[in-house]
Ligand binder design. Structure first.
Ligand code: PAF
Length: 296
């Protein structure tokens, strides 16, 4: 069995590591320089059923990239390229699976690693960092993966071990469409919850009804120009279902702003604006500036 190497030891990266090791699948965490010397040998994982266990994974640093067999990239979107370009010894055979939030990074990665099989994935699992070495799995979701370049097409077999560990994983030849669908949800929920400092479920309060409608229309219209066939009604139903399902969660962008970290706004709302062309997207623009003003 091959070893998964996870780049990005955030809440979701650690959750994937915990779920994979639970199934006895070999996992290593590829850590950044700042973790050298003071990364705990184990982290505590709190499962959905509140069961706690210590997860021990093998650790790697950039100079050990040559031995990486399959790389799962789970950093923040803005960290993907700098983190990957640090892996000078990564073999050209190693498949790279991009699992970060937001879009607009894959083309740069394809240019920087023209020979590597490149794949993208979307996941709706939820996770939260509760303490420095403590991660909570907050929601079981679906995971889809698919090819970004020709080389990536040969890696459909990665789906089966991921499905065993995560409860669900499927292969899609049209992963771009699934990425767009996830981006649509993020482009509505994330900047609104971040700017108003609210939980996802509060978006259903009457005071947000108008902005939610207008923003949904803007985002849906842009995704339609990118080839998405979902109707506005279907998009809104899916959006409402995610808001309900994650009602008590703080979105990732809310958490980033609250912890004074950069946000993924350029790869979410920024991506929508960039592809809007002549379509008016005033709410997107306003939220983009608001998030930037708040430090994101
Ligand atoms: O980015 C996030 O927080 C999540 O993707 C989502 C679906 C908005 C739920 O919080």
């Amino acid at each position: 069995m091959h070893e998964w190497t996870i780049l990005g030891a955030g809440a979701l990266g650690c959750t994937f590591a915990a779920l994979l090791t639970e199934q006895q699948q070999p996992v290593s965490l590829l850590l950044s320089e700042r973790h050298r010397g003071h990364f705990h040998p184990a982290f505590e994982f709190i499962a959905l059923n509140e069961r706690r266990r210590l997860v021990n994974t093998h650790r790697r640093f950039a100079e050990q990239a040559a031995g990486v067999e399959c790389l799962l990239v789970m950093t923040k979107a803005y960290q993907v390229l700098p983190a990957l370009t640090g892996l000078r010894d990564l073999s050209a055979d190693t498949p790279i699976l991009l699992l970060h939030n937001g879009m607009g990074v894959a083309d740069d990665v394809a240019r920087a690693f023209p020979h590597n099989p490149l794949l993208a994935g979307v996941t709706s699992h939820g996770a939260l960092r509760e303490g420095p070495w403590q991660v909570r799995h907050t929601g079981k979701g679906e995971t889809w993966l698919g090819p970004v370049n020709e080389g990536g097409r040969a890696f459909a077999h990665l789906q089966a071990p991921l499905a065993r560990a995560l409860g669900h994983a499927e292969w899609s030849e049209d992963i771009l469409s699934l990425q767009h669908r996830k981006l649509g949800i993020n482009a509505v929920i994330n900047p609104l919850t971040a700017c108003h400092r609210i939980r996802n479920g509060q978006l259903h309060e009457p005071r947000f009804a108008d902005v939610l409608t207008q923003l949904s229309e803007e985002v849906h219209a842009v995704l339609a120009t990118l080839g998405e066939t979902e109707t506005l009604e279907q998009f809104r139903r899916r959006l409402n279902a995610v808001i309900e399902l994650t009602a008590t969660n703080y979105s990732s962008m809310h958490q980033d702003l609250a912890h004074h970290r950069p946000t993924e706004i350029d790869y979410i709302t920024g991506y929508v604006q960039k592809h809007a062309g002549k379509l008016p997207v005033p709410v997107c623009r306003q939220l983009y500036h608001e998030v930037k003003k708040l430090g994101g």
